[in-house]
Design a protein around this ligand. Structure first.
Ligand code: F0G
Length: 466
């Protein structure tokens, strides 16, 4: 029998940043001023900030040392070549086009490959990815397994593509109208759920026969590789770095938000194998992002990302990262709180429709739950439900995805186990008062990515608690 080992972090803390505690009255005023949208709160008014794992990581001493080696040349910075090498070594793509962050890469790729009237399948939507596809004239089609839409399903690879759905789309519109498929590894909106290597093999083989490119959204691919190591037969003895390469080998290219897996505060990239597509991307990136050897990043940012990539694929790192997320997740499961199962890679997702059954979908239970959690505890979370899903561009109707979630997103290397304990206790506190939480209605709704800047008012009285 092997002894059970803790997920304790493979680092110690060198620098600390004080957290501010606020009073309940201050938080009530702050959330009202923010229109009950946690994106509009000031960070200084948040105690434990679980809004996102994007750009919120703590960098290592090695990364900070690299910041001093920034070569801020306009063209041909040595840090670009270091980043290009790190991407070639660990993701295996020959051609790297840096961008300011992930959506910059999505924009370039969508503009290059999508023609009006095209369809782009994907294993569940992501907000910015789908919008860029739509703005390029494409229509997104969800081809994820049905289990992904069921928060209680324990399927180990809920990110998998349902090949029958993909084949049906090809039969319906023709492969020539499908320039590529986007595979999120892991799938953010499904709860940070992974794709299996076996499924990616199948999808990749099928797409090759149809002439459809396979593009990974590699934003959290290292987390996906860790789940493959832990859950998929035959991978237990392989290092995560090796599994990551195998995942990427099954694709034609990737878009990347370096702000997640790669342990940096800003940056992203598009990477492809096709030299012609790479040349077109290099030409377009100068229009929107910057020269093709910096793409919107400072030299120092590229160096930090090159170093962050190397750190991110270490087994010790990723085991501790996901270990911490699971620690919080199982605490909530043990307390009887409805969360998306299994626990995902970057966050624990509360099932707001299960927790607040008295609120109709039109009153945005997840948005309300996030606001209530903030007022109760100062913890900032994010809505991932109908507000995030936005409106259908053709019908103008609000989309109501089956999943109506609040995401407790864990920044990498930032918070301690005690912070996770406080977070769990705060969620339990809300759970005890759940009948008192009021619904929300829009008072301002922006046209694009409405969740970022929308404002709400409470329904049936003032304040998020009745
Ligand atoms: N793809 C995925 C799966 C993402 O989670 C994100 C960002 C992006 C693309 C876009 O990258 O922000 O660098 O432009 N997700 C953040 C989040 C915003 O909080 O989940 P970006």
């Amino acid at each position: 029998m092997t002894k059970r080992r803790s997920w304790a972090e493979p680092w110690k803390i060198k620098v600390v940043e004080p957290l501010k505690m606020t009073t309940r009255a201050e938080r009530e005023a702050a959330i009202r001023e923010a229109g009950y949208n946690t994106f509009l709160l000031r960070s200084a008014d948040c105690y434990i900030d679980l809004l996102t794992d994007s750009g919120t990581s703590a960098m290592s001493d090695h990364q900070w040392a690299g910041m001093m080696l920034g070569d801020e040349a306009y063209a041909g910075s040595r840090n670009f070549y270091a980043l290009e090498q790190a991407v070639r070594d660990h993701y295996g793509y020959e051609h790297l086009i840096p961008t300011h962050q992930g959506r910059g890469a999505e924009h370039i790729l969508s503009q290059l490959l999508i023609k009006p009237g095209d369809y782009v399948p994907g294993n569940m939507y992501f907000t910015t990815t789908r919008l860029h596809q739509e703005l390029a004239g494409g229509t997104f089609r969800d081809v994820i397994l049905a289990e992904a839409h069921d928060p209680a399903s324990e399927h180990p690879f809920k990110g998998d593509v349902d090949l029958a759905k993909l084949e049906a789309l090809v039969a319906e519109v023709g492969a020539e109208r499908i320039p590529y498929i986007t595979i999120g590894v892991t799938v953010n909106m499904a709860g940070g759920q992974p794709v299996s290597m076996a499924n990616l093999h199948e999808v990749s083989a099928y797409c090759r026969t149809q002439g459809i490119r396979v593009i990974l959204d590699a934003t959290r691919a290292v987390e996906n590789a860790y789940f493959i190591q832990q859950r998929e037969p035959g991978y237990r003895d392989q290092p995560v770095a090796q599994i990551l390469r195998q995942l990427c080998d099954l694709s034609d290219g990737a878009t990347m938000s370096g702000k997640k897996d790669s342990l940096v505060n800003i940056g992203g990239w598009l990477a492809v194998r096709d030299p012609q597509l790479a040349e077109q991307a290099r030409n377009l990136v100068v229009v929107y992002e910057g020269l093709h050897t910096y793409g919107g990043m400072a030299g120092r940012d590229m160096e930090a990302m090159a170093r962050g990539i190397v750190e991110s694929v270490q087994d010790d790192h990723i085991r501790a990262r996901i270990g911490q997320v699971q620690y919080l997740g199982y605490k909530l499961i043990d307390a009887g709180i409805a969360v998306v199962r299994p626990i995902g890679g970057h966050a624990v997702f509360l099932d707001a429709t299960a927790i607040l059954p008295h609120l109709p979908r039109e009153q945005f239970p997840a948005q309300a739950l996030a606001a209530a959690l903030y007022v109760e505890s100062g913890i900032r979370a994010m809505e991932r439900g109908a507000v995030s899903a936005g409106r259908d561009p053709k019908t103008g109707e609000s989309r109501y995805p089956r999943l109506e979630l609040v995401r407790l997103t864990i920044p990498r290397r930032v918070y301690t186990q005690a912070h996770m304990d406080v977070t769990a206790e705060s969620v339990m506190e809300i759970f005890d008062q759940r009948e008192r939480v009021r619904g929300l209605g829009f008072v301002y709704e922006p046209e694009y990515l409405r969740f970022f800047q929308a404002r709400f008012a409470t329904v049936g009285g003032d304040g998020i608690f009745a």
